[in-house]
Design a binder for this molecule. Structure first.
Ligand SMILES: Cc1ncc(COP(=O)(O)O)c(C=O)c1O
Length: 370
């Protein structure tokens, strides 16, 4: 048998990939309730009437789904007032992001990501053969200036989550416009709006309204957050027709399953569900930082469905706090692998889970545990 090193037969950049670490979930056989506040999921179950309408679809699992997601795209057109030809759907926005990276990268090219950003961007950039360039943040906020300074002749794609995960910070429209005007048009700018539906601030734009002005932007969106379909895997992107045509060629032929297409179509019509989620989120994104500060930890304003927390390690131990919370069956997101050693993130879960979180966070500090 010829022996060879697998490392030598993949693109060199693949050897630099660090596997994605998802928010923790506990596998347990006990009936004990776990408060999973680690992955920015919705605390709400989708309405029963939606489930009742799609139950029988499982019976048609012998057939392939509609590869072009026609029904779903038509509903996106209606809900968000869009053009059909400017939409592509995917198996979660992860899938769409990965298709974008595959389409627009070149081996040896560069992809710019922000420091303290979503850790999947460097993975798909490297998987596509690119070098990852990290633009320093301005404290915790994405720095458009530093991204602009990082652009070289080799730059292919810039990934920006707005609002940003895990910091919860935002880039308002004025700053975004100024930034986009300064990016050369042969560089694709991905504006990842995974959390954009939560935002009610008029100074914000998800970028959809800008696609006619800037031929190089792609806006991505997900059904995993406000639409509460993380388990079904459904996402989409909006861009000019030419970019969408390219992405459509690269994506998997049946990348969105039948159930997801149908549930996605129905949930878009559930305006009350959306309203309820926004109101709940808006309330807790304001309460949490105040309460966390009262407990003695640092916390920050967030525009998304999670809140960032910093532990002053001179006073407390983050590891002890997180393991104390875990003994109480509360899971949050340690951000060490985001280069944020002293930080963790808590999702805006249900009212009962958040009350329990605050109570046990206080206990973790007050007992000798911390
Ligand atoms: C900024 C950002 N983009 C994309 C995603 C991926 O979402 P999806 O479930 O649609 O793949 C996440 C998930 O947490 C995220 O935080």
């Amino acid at each position: 048998m010829v022996s060879f090193n697998l490392k030598d037969i993949v693109k060199p950049s693949i050897n630099e990939i660090e596997k994605y670490i998802p928010g923790e979930s506990l596998c347990t056989n006990s009936k004990e309730k776990i408060s999973k506040l680690s992955s920015n999921e919705s605390p709400f179950k989708i309405p029963r009437k939606v489930i009742n309408k799609v139950n029988s679809l499982v019976l048609s699992s012998n057939l392939y789904p509609d590869g072009d997601c026609n029904q779903l795209k038509n509903q996106l057109v209606k809900t968000f007032n869009l053009n059909f030809k400017n939409i592509i759907c995917g198996n979660g926005s992860d899938d769409v992001l990965s298709v974008i990276a595959q389409t627009f990268s070149k081996e040896g090219g560069e992809v710019i990501c922000s420091e303290f950003g979503f850790t999947y961007y460097p993975i798909i950039a490297r998987a596509s053969g690119c070098k990852v360039v990290i633009a320093k943040s301005d404290k915790l906020k994405i720095s458009c200036d530093n991204i602009l300074k990082s652009i070289t002749k080799l730059t292919r794609i810039i990934f920006i989550a707005n609002p940003n995960n895990p910091t919860g910070t935002i880039i308002f429209k004025e700053e975004l416009l100024n930034f986009l005007q300064n990016v050369p048009k042969n560089i694709i700018v991905v504006l990842d709006g995974a959390y954009s539906e939560f935002i009610t601030d008029r100074r914000y734009t998800d970028g959809i309204e800008l696609i006619n002005k800037f031929p190089n932007i792609v806006v991505t969106r997900t059904f995993s957050k406000i639409f509460a379909l993380a388990g079904l895997r459904l996402g989409w992107a909006y861009s000019n027709e030419k970019i969408i045509e390219l992405l459509e060629k690269v994506r998997g032929p049946f990348n969105v399953n039948t159930l997801s297409q149908n549930v996605g179509t129905l949930i878009l019509k559930e305006k009350d569900f959306l309203r309820k989620s926004i109101i709940h989120n808006d309330k807790w994104r304001k309460i949490l930082p105040i309460e966390i500060k009262k407990i003695g930890l640092e916390s920050y304003e967030s525009f998304a469905n999670f809140v960032l927390i910093k532990v002053n390690e001179k006073k407390y131990s983050k590891a002890k706090i997180l393991s104390f919370l875990k003994t109480k069956k509360i899971l949050v997101r340690d951000l060490s692998n985001y280069g944020m050693k002293h930080f963790f993130r808590v999702s805006i879960g249900s009212t009962s889970d958040l009350k329990k979180f605050l109570k046990e966070l206080r206990n973790s500090i007050n007992t000798k545990n911390a």
